[in-house]
Write a protein that binds this ligand. Structure first.
Ligand code: MEV
Length: 449
C-alpha cells in the first residue's frame, strides 16, 4: 500500500531547508541529527553553493568525494600531476605507483587516432528510399545551409559538420531511416552543439520531403522520431603505450624475474581478451583511472564508460580494451580507447574544482587531455595486473582499506598508528582489525557492521 506521508507534490518549490525538513521528518529516525549533518556539508561560501546547486535539481546538500592527485606521469614530452576523484581506496596509489614505474622506463607514448563524434536523426518515412538517396546531395546542401547559424562559430575554431550519411534501417524496422552526422567539436565534448545541429537537420528533412516535387503526396509526410548524439564514438579514439626491454622491468615479489613477469602479465591480458567475465573486471580496472580523471575535470563519466564498453564489444564479443606483446626482448602494453572529452564547455570551467583540475594539467586542449586520460587508464590497468600476477590484489588493497576500517571503529590517532605497525605483517580483515582494537581497548566493540 502506498504510504501517503512518503509522497509529496510541489517538493521542488520548497526552500532547501523546507526540503530537508520534509525529508528528515518522513524518512529518518533522528530528524534533527540528520538535518544538522546534511547542513554541515553546505558550502561555507553562499556564492559557491549557488554554483553547485545550479548543476542539479532538488539539491539538499553536497556529496563529498576525495579529490586526490597522481604525480609523475611522463606522457610524450610532458610531465603531469593528474587530478583524480574516486571513492575507491588504492586507485590513486596504484596510478601513482605505475606512473613512477614508467617514469624511469620511457614514460607513456600516446597518439590521437581521430576525434570525430556522431549524431543521429531517426525518422519514419513511408516512401521510396532510392528516391531519397537520389536527391540526397540536394538535401545535404539544405541540411548544411539551414544549420549554418549553429555551425558558424564551431567552423571558426576549425570544427563543424564533417559528413552526413543516409542510413537505411527499414529491413530491421519498417520505414525506419536515419541521418547520421559526423562532427568535429574541437575542445568541447560537443553534446549541445551536435544536438542543436541534429534538431535543425530534423526540421530540414521534414520540409525537404514536404516541398520537393520529386515526392508523391504520400511521401510528403515524414515523422522525426528523435535527434540525439550517439555516445558511441569509435572514431574519437586515442592510443597510449608503454614499452621497455624486458630486463628493464626489474624484479618482482616472491622471486619472480622480469621475463616470468612479462609472460604472466601478457597471459593475463590474453585471458581478458578471450573471456568476457574477466574482460569486464579488467576494463573496470581501466575505468577506475579514467573515470576518476573524467570526474575531476567535470566531464561526463557515464558517456565515457558507455562508449568504452561498446567499443570493447565491437567485434561482437566483449574483450579487453588493452593489449600486450612480449616479443624480441621487448615488453609492450597498450590501450586503444574512444574518449569523447572536452576541456571547454559543460562543467569544465563552471565547477570550481574541475577548473583547477584542468589548470593543474596545464589547461590542455581536448586532444592533449584525451592522451593524458588514456595514459592514466593504461597506468591503472598496469598496476592492477602487476598486483594480480605477483602478490595478489588484496595485499595492497587491504593496506589502503585499513584506514576505512579503523575509521569505522572510530579509532584514535594512537590506535591507528599501532594498527598500521601491527598489520604490516598481519593479514588485514574487518574482524582482524576489530579483534586488534578490542584487545588494545580491553573491551568489546558494539558497533553494528
Ligand atoms: C578493482 O577495482 C579493479 C580490479 O579488479 C581490476 C582488475 O581485476 O584488473 C583490480
Amino acid at each position: 500500500m502506498m504510504d501517503k506521508k512518503k509522497t509529496i507534490s510541489g517538493f521542488s518549490k520548497l526552500s532547501k531547508r523546507g526540503k530537508i525538513k520534509w525529508l528528515v521528518d518522513n524518512f529518518f529516525k533522528d530528524p534533527e541529527g540528520v538535518a544538522r549533518e546534511l547542513k554541515s556539508y553546505w558550502h561555507g561560501d553562499e556564492a559557491q553553493q549557488k554554483i553547485l546547486d545550479g548543476f542539479s535539481e532538488n539539491t539538499i546538500s553536497n556529496f563529498p568525494m576525495p579529490f586526490g592527485v597522481a604525480p609523475n606521469f611522463k606522457i610524450n614530452d610532458g610531465t603531469y600531476c593528474v587530478p583524480m576523484v574516486t571513492e575507491e581506496s588504492s586507485v590513486v596509489a596504484a596510478a601513482s605507483a605505475a606512473a613512477k614505474f614508467w617514469l624511469d622506463r620511457g614514460g607513456f607514448r600516446t597518439e590521437i587516432i581521430d576525434t570525430l563524434k556522431i549524431g543521429q536523426v531517426s525518422f519514419i518515412w513511408e516512401g521510396e528510399f532510392e528516391k531519397l538517396e537520389k536527391h540526397f546531395p540536394e538535401l545535404e546542401i539544405q541540411l548544411r545551409k539551414n544549420a549554418a547559424d549553429i555551425t558558424a562559430n564551431m567552423e571558426k575554431r576549425g570544427g563543424g559538420i564533417r559528413k552526413i550519411e543516409l542510413i537505411n534501417l527499414s529491413k530491421l524496422e519498417s520505414n525506419c531511416y536515419q541521418l547520421k552526422g559526423s562532427f568535429e567539436t574541437c575542445d568541447s565534448m560537443g553534446a549541445n552543439f551536435i544536438n542543436s545541429v541534429l534538431e535543425s537537420f530534423g526540421q530540414t528533412i521534414q520540409s525537404f520531403v514536404a516541398t520537393h516535387s520529386a515526392f508523391s503526396e504520400r511521401e510528403k509526410n515524414l515523422t522525426v522520431v528523435m535527434c540525439i548524439l550517439s555516445n558511441y564514438t569509435p572514431d574519437c579514439t586515442v592510443k597510449a603505450t608503454v614499452e621497455c626491454p624486458i630486463e628493464n622491468l626489474g624484479n618482482f615479489p616472491n622471486g619472480m624475474n622480469a621475463a616470468a613477469f612479462a609472460e604472466k602479465f601478457a597471459l593475463a591480458v590474453r585471458i581478458a581478451t578471450i573471456d568476457p567475465f574477466r574482460a569486464t573486471t579488467h576494463n573496470k580496472g581501466i575505468f577506475n583511472g579514467i573515470d576518476a580523471v573524467v570526474l575531476a575535470t567535470g566531464n561526463d563519466f557515464r558517456a565515457i564508460e558507455a562508449c568504452g564498453h561498446t567499443y570493447a564489444a565491437r567485434d561482437g564479443q566483449y574483450r579487453s580494451l588493452s593489449s600486450c606483446e612480449v616479443k624480441d626482448g621487448m615488453f609492450k602494453f597498450w590501450l586503444e580507447i574512444p574518449l569523447a572529452l572536452g576541456t571547454v564547455g559543460g562543467l569544465t570551467k563552471l565547477h570550481p574544482i574541475a577548473k583547477r583540475s584542468l589548470e593543474m594539467l596545464g589547461n590542455p586542449g581536448a586532444r592533449e587531455f584525451m592522451q593524458i586520460t588514456a595514459a592514466v587508464g593504461l597506468a591503472q590497468n598496469f598496476a592492477a595486473l602487476r598486483s594480480l600476477v605477483t602478490t595478489g590484489i588484496q595485499q595492497g588493497h587491504m593496506k589502503m582499506h585499513l584506514t576505512n576500517i579503523l575509521n569505522h571503529f572510530k579509532a584514535t590517532e594512537k590506535e591507528e598508528k599501532a594498527a598500521i605497525t601491527h598489520f604490516e605483517k598481519e593479514t588485514i580483515s574487518f574482524n582482524a582489525v576489530r579483534t586488534f582494537l578490542e584487545k588494545s581497548r580491553g573491551q568489546a566493540i558494539n558497533l553494528s557492521v
